[in-house]
Ligand binder design. Structure first.
Ligand code: ZN
Length: 487
């Protein structure tokens, strides 16, 4: 039975879906105002692993991962400029151009990481009517108030009837001391009240009509609304990064209880953070490296480019509830680990069956499955697969044998756990290297033709090759013995 660590109870629970055979899961997706970085890759890969494993267990999964394209303000959820609107202002673009541009790039990066697309990817801006209706329900049940055209959650009143702070283990006093005094506070009864609807300032470019003002929904509102719209008033799993527990997920619980009279989420799951030298990685911390920079190696903290599968392997090597500290050395180690796996898999595919099995391969499937059942223990799955590498190498080196049934099972376990569930593309690296080799060979060929042309004083041909390669981004250096090139 799959165990899921539920952040709400802080206990390991045995996973039981609300409706037999079906699982509804909702994961907070990106705010699309910049390129995805390593901190985005972790939740995407963690919940991709869960999505893949639930399907392997035979569940029909409806996976909703939203796109935040309105209402995420710069300071917490309530104050400052909208992140999308700010980018649009700086770039002189329509806000939806910013949204489309970064959504496309997010999809490109996720596809590179072999993250499966969710079943539904709703946009906050496409669900304004539903969010207004949700806010109205909270107002009707008396847990919110209108102030100067904005609507705020009445946290004090709510906390009398429901346990506010249960997910993060905070009480109202903790929250009071944590909440910063900001502009517009005078609209709120208390500093800890949060916006359900905000009246738009005259310069605010993203706004919609509502019963209270021309404005926009509070950030937390979209997830309560879209989660229950697509998965029902009660659904199985809600995921996201640990940094979303407070205030975002705490606010979601409050909104659902206030509007519906009960909680919506059965299991809360949170992935831990990726740090750089112990500090959280993120746009607001100015220490983030985008996925594109990893793939190109174009960042001062990177020793070289790292392929998307190295990033995926690096993340899966740690349990999702542990922190992962990033360094170029740690990525290089992950790259070596992945290469070992790819080599072993290539050997496995070529092994010949014999009459008898003399190597240790029994129990591998069970070990992998038990590790996955134990709260998605991906590092244990990887360790189990590495143990079988010894057997693969022994047979490969002719020092042991494997019979047909065991070989078939071994190939099937690798296909199932390494490729289908961990989502590692094991055959690709070699193919990539082949392509790279062919590409390098073609450039060498062109430059040797140029060298020949120069020797023949055919300057037209020599210049043409040089200029056109330079225009394509190549740097060509003539040396004593010939040439050197780089991109
Ligand atoms: Zn959310």
């Amino acid at each position: 039975m799959l165990e899921i660590y539920n952040s709400l109870t802080r206990l390991k629970e045995t996973f039981k879906p609300l409706h037999e055979g079906h699982v509804g899961m909702y994961v907070c997706g990106p705010t699309v105002y910049g390129d995805a970085h390593l901190g985005h890759a972790r939740p995407a890969i963690t919940f991709d692993l869960l999505y893949r494993y639930l399907q392997y267990l035979g569940y029909k999964v409806r996976y909703v991962r939203n796109i935040t394209d309105v209402g995420h303000l710069e300071h917490d959820a309530d104050e400052g400029e909208d992140k999308i609107a700010k980018k649009a202002r700086l770039e002189q673009l329509e806000p939806m151009e910013v949204v489309q541009f970064y959504t496309n790039r997010y999809h490109r990066d996720m596809a590179a990481l072999n993250v499966l697309p969710p079943s539904i990817e709703p946009h906050a801006s496409g669900h304004i009517i539903e969010q207004i209706a949700f806010v109205q329900k909270i107002l009707d049940r008396g847990y919110a108030y209108v102030s100067n055209g904005s609507v705020y959650m009445d946290v004090e009143k709510y906390a009398k009837d429901y346990p506010y702070g249960k997910l993060s283990g905070r009480n109202l006093n903790d929250i009071v001391t944590e909440t910063r005094e900001l502009d517009g506070q005078d609209e709120k009864k208390h500093s800890y009240d949060f916006a359900l609807w905000k009246k738009a300032a005259p310069e605010h470019i993203m706004h919609w009509p509502s019963p209270w003002s021309e404005g926009f929904p509070g950030w937390h509102m979209e997830c309560s609304t879209m989660g229950t719209k697509y998965l029902g008033e009660k659904f199985d799993i809600h995921g996201g990064g640990l940094d979303l527990i407070f205030p975002h997920h705490e606010a979601e619980i409050a909104q659902s209880c206030a509007a519906l009279g009960h909680e919506s989420v059965h299991y809360w799951m949170h992935n831990n953070m990726i740090t750089i030298a112990g500090k959280k990685m993120g746009k607001s911390y100015n220490n983030f490296i985008t996925l594109e920079q990893f793939f190109s190696g174009n960042h001062p903290l990177l020793s070289k480019p790292f392929g998307p599968m190295v990033i995926r392997f690096f993340i899966l090597q740690a349990h999702y509830r542990s922190t992962v500290d990033f360094s170029s050395e740690a990525l290089e180690a992950a790259e070596k680990g992945l290469q070992r796996m790819q080599e072993a898999y290539a050997r496995l595919l070529k092994l010949q069956a014999a009459k008898e099995t003399t190597v240790e391969v029994a129990g591998l499937r069970q070990r992998c499955q038990e590790a996955m059942d134990d709260d998605l223990n991906s590092p244990f799955v990887i360790a189990a697969l590495f143990d079988s590498v010894k057997a693969i190498n022994t047979v490969h080196d002719g020092k042991g044998t494997i019979n047909e049934a065991d070989l078939k099972e071994l190939k099937d376990v690798w296909q199932t756990f390494a490729i289908d569930i961990l989502g590692l593309r094991l055959e690709e690296q070699g193919a990539g290297d082949e392509k790279l080799k062919a590409f390098g060979g073609a450039i060498d060929l062109l430059l040797s033709i140029r060298l020949q042309a120069k020797q023949n004083k055919d300057w037209a041909t020599s210049d043409k090759i040089r200029n056109e390669l330079t225009a394509l981004g190549f740097q060509i250096k003539d040396t004593k013995d010939g040439f050197e090139w780089s991109i």
